[in-house]
Structures are given as C-alpha cells and as structure tokens.
Ligand binder design. Structure first.
Ligand code: ATP
Ligand code: MG
Length: 393
C-alpha cells in the first residue's frame, strides 16, 4: 500500500505560549487507513488536523502528502485533496443546505445540475429527505442535522483524504452509530484515508484501524484497537481506556440481564386500602399496577395512595395510576437505562415492558449503582505492568 501521509517531526508552538501544542508528531499513514486521534482536551488534536490542511503553519517539521512535501502544493490544490469536517459545524449561514454541501464543487467549477444531483445523493445517504432540506438554511435545522450537513460537505468533492474533528459529537446515539458504519463502509469501499478526532474511546475502538493516543502535544501510543486494549503503553493509557471500559461494559449488558424480576405489583381492580397495606408489608413506596393479563397500567406512589385514602375516596388503584416518564425494554442496554435514569428528574425506578406492554421487571437506581461499581472495580484492576507479561498473542 502506498503511503498517503508522512508526518515528520511536525511541531507547533503558538506565539506567546510556554509549551508546544504539538510536539514532534511522527506518523506514517497508509492509503485507505482510518486513523483515530484521541486524548484529553487540549492535547493537540485539532492543531494537528489544522496543520494538515495548512490552516496553521507548523513551527518545525513537515508533512509529506502522497510523496510530495506539502509545501510544494499550492494551498487550494491541497485543500481540494482534503475534506475537512471542523469541530464546530461552521455551515455558511447565508447559503442553503444544497449550496453548503456543494460549496467546494462550486469553487472547482462544477455545473449547477451536477451539484444539485450530488447534494440529493448525499442527503439521501444520511436519511434527510432532499425535497425538504435542499433549500433550507442552516439555522432552520437542528444541531444534529447541521452536523450531518457538515460531514456531507467534506464528502461532496470526493477527496482522497478526509479530516474529521469530532464530527459526530452532537448526534444522538443511533444516528451516530449509523454514520460511524457509513464511514467505515465508505473508507473500506473506496479506500479513503481518514484522520478522525474523537473524545470517545468507544468510537475510537469501533472505527479505527489504528488509534493514536495523544497527551500534551505528543504521541503516547500508536496501536490497533485490540493491541491498545491488551497492552496499554503506560498508566496514562490504561486509565484512559479504563474510564471507558465502564461504559463499554454497560453497553454490552442488557436491561433484561440486570433488571429485578418480581417487582411488587398490585391488580388494577384493587382498592386504596389494599394498596396501603401492601406497601406497608413489602416496605416499598411505589407499586406497579397491572391488569389481569399482566399488562402494565401505571405506577402509584405511597404519597398519592395515602392522600386519596385519607380523603375518604373509595375508587380502585387504577384511577390514580400514572404512566412513568420512562420505560425500558429487556433488550435495551444498561447504558440506555443509565441515560434514562439521569435524564429523568429524581427517577428511582423504571419499569421494563415487553413489546406487548407486559411488565417484565424493574430497573432501580440501586441496581445500576451496583453494576457501575462492578465495572469500576474491573477498570481499577487494569494494571499495565502486569498485563505486558501476557506477551503478544
Ligand atoms: N490559536 C491559539 N493560540 C494559542 N494557543 C492555542 C491556540 N489554539 C490552541 N491553542 C492551545 O494549544 C493546545 C492544543 O489545542 P487543540 O485545540 O489542538 O486541542 P484539542 O486536542 O483539539 O482539544 P479539544 O479536545 O478540547 O478539542 C491547547 O493547550 C490550546 O490552549
Ligand atoms: Mg479540538
């Protein structure tokens, strides 16, 4: 395979700063490789990307692009070979979505009909109905939609090298996964070389051919995902991975595996006195209400039951049952459950329902804390000095 990019001691020290933002960056990138740059905020990822397309001039060192020192290209030529998705979306506010997507094509003299065709093709690729979006302006799109347009803009002119600075940061998890897969496929089919910046170790592990882990402007480790997991170069890498392991574990465990089965339930037809008695006896302050077919009707709280009971009401619990803010399905991930729990105000529990709305179990704040505790303990056991003796297998 041909070498696409060769970084040679590339360094950048911004004027008036003490330490370099990027310090002796050395790396060879093959054609068609997807390289992920990852590391803490401020470690020099964006600076590295911006040097590649000469938005920033390096203080020393150089870069070879397709065999030629990049200074021998004129800037416009160089940028035509590169697609760049910037960290903050940066759509041009006075251009329509179609014009934004095809901006570079226009600069290259491509005619209007071909540009329109390309914009339609790309919008369809990310599931945005062209008829609806082509003529809108950026401010009429949600943040996530704007971010997808930012990605399309970098693809429109079919560049050899694509630079992406946290391109999926504002997307919901589903769209994020969809675009990750789209990109992986694109890169494999047409051998695009991609330099991809992210904060998200999960994203790095799932997308990268090789991961470049940076710290304080320097490279700490370059390795394939499997290798970096097995043999983190030092404590810093191990702890960087460790923090994400917790989330990885939570995304590999399903709600069905960690839910409490047999929550305290009450039949919809039962009365308030029965509800009071059941809560007292089972020491719970919420009851899940179900009908005779186990279909979930809602929840009642102790406070609400007591209030109506003391007011002398005689109706059945189903009258005061309320649908919860959130419900889960057994095949949702524990990570989803955590997100739901955090989003809901003071949520203590979330019922788990199957597709027919039948009550399968319950996720409580306590059970999630238990799971996180386990995961954190595992993460704490990651010790690079003992792991390196495993050898390469
Ligand atoms: N124009 C500038 N002038 C001076 N210092 C800068 C400038 N741009 C960035 N820096 C500094 O250079 C270092 C690297 O910044 P850079 O934007 O490359 O980090 P990053 O890894 O992309 O961070 P993040 O993950 O937060 O986006 C930081 O310490 C930053 O404060
Ligand atoms: Mg950045």
């Amino acid at each position: 395979m041909a070498k696409m990019l060769e970084f040679r001691q590339l360094s950048k020290k911004y004027p008036g700063t003490v330490s370099p933002a990027v310090d002796n960056f050395n790396l060879d990138v093959e054609q068609g490789e997807l390289i992920v740059l990852i590391g803490p905020s401020g470690c020099g990822k964006t600076t590295t990307l911006r040097m590649i397309n000469r938005l920033i001039e390096p203080s020393s060192g150089t870069l070879i692009v397709e065999g030629r020192d990049y200074r021998t290209y004129n800037a416009v030529d160089l940028r035509r070979r590169l697609g760049y998705v910037i960290q903050r979306i940066g759509l041009l506010p006075h251009l329509t979505i179609a014009e934004n997507i095809t901006f570079v094509l226009k600069l290259s003299g491509v005619d209007r009909t071909s540009r329109q065709k390309r914009a339609i093709e790309l919008l369809e690729m990310v599931g945005l109905e062209p008829a609806e979006y082509l003529d809108r302006y950026p401010k009429e799109l949600s943040g996530g939609q704007q971010q997808r347009i930012g990605v399309l803009r970098a693809l429109a002119h079919d560049p050899d090298i694509i630079l992406m600075d946290e391109p999926f940061g504002a997307l919901d998890p589903l769209m994020r996964e969809q675009l990750q897969e789209e990109f992986k496929r694109l890169q494999q089919n047409v051998a695009k070389t991609i330099i991809f910046v992210t904060h998200d170790m999960d994203e790095a592990l799932s997308m990268a051919d090789r991961i470049v882990l940076m710290r304080d402007g320097g490279i700490v480790q370059v390795a394939e995902p499997e290798e970096i997991l097995r043999h983190p170069a030092d404590e810093f890498v191990a702890s960087f991975i460790g923090r994400f392991r917790v989330l990885r574990q939570a995304s590999e465990v399903s709600v069905g595996e960690v839910m409490l089965t047999g929550p305290v339930t009450i039949g919809a037809h039962q009365g308030l006195a029965q509800a009071m008695e059941l809560m007292r006896r089972r020491r719970v302050n919420t009851l899940l209400v179900r009908d005779t077919t186990k279909t979930f009707i809602g929840m009642v709280s102790q406070a609400s039951v007591r209030h109506h009971f003391e007011a002398g009401e005689t109706f059945k619990v189903s009258m005061i049952a309320e649908m919860p803010q959130k419900t889960l399905k057994p095949d949702d991930t524990a990570l989803t459950a955590m997100h739901q729990m955090l989003e809901g105000n003071d949520l203590e529990l979330i019922p788990v329902l199957n597709d027919d709305g039948k009550l399968m179990g319950l996720i409580t704040r306590g059970s999630l804390v238990g799971l996180l505790g386990d995961a954190l303990r595992v993460a704490a056991e990651v010790d690079p000095s003992s792991r390196s003796s495993e050898g390469a297998s």
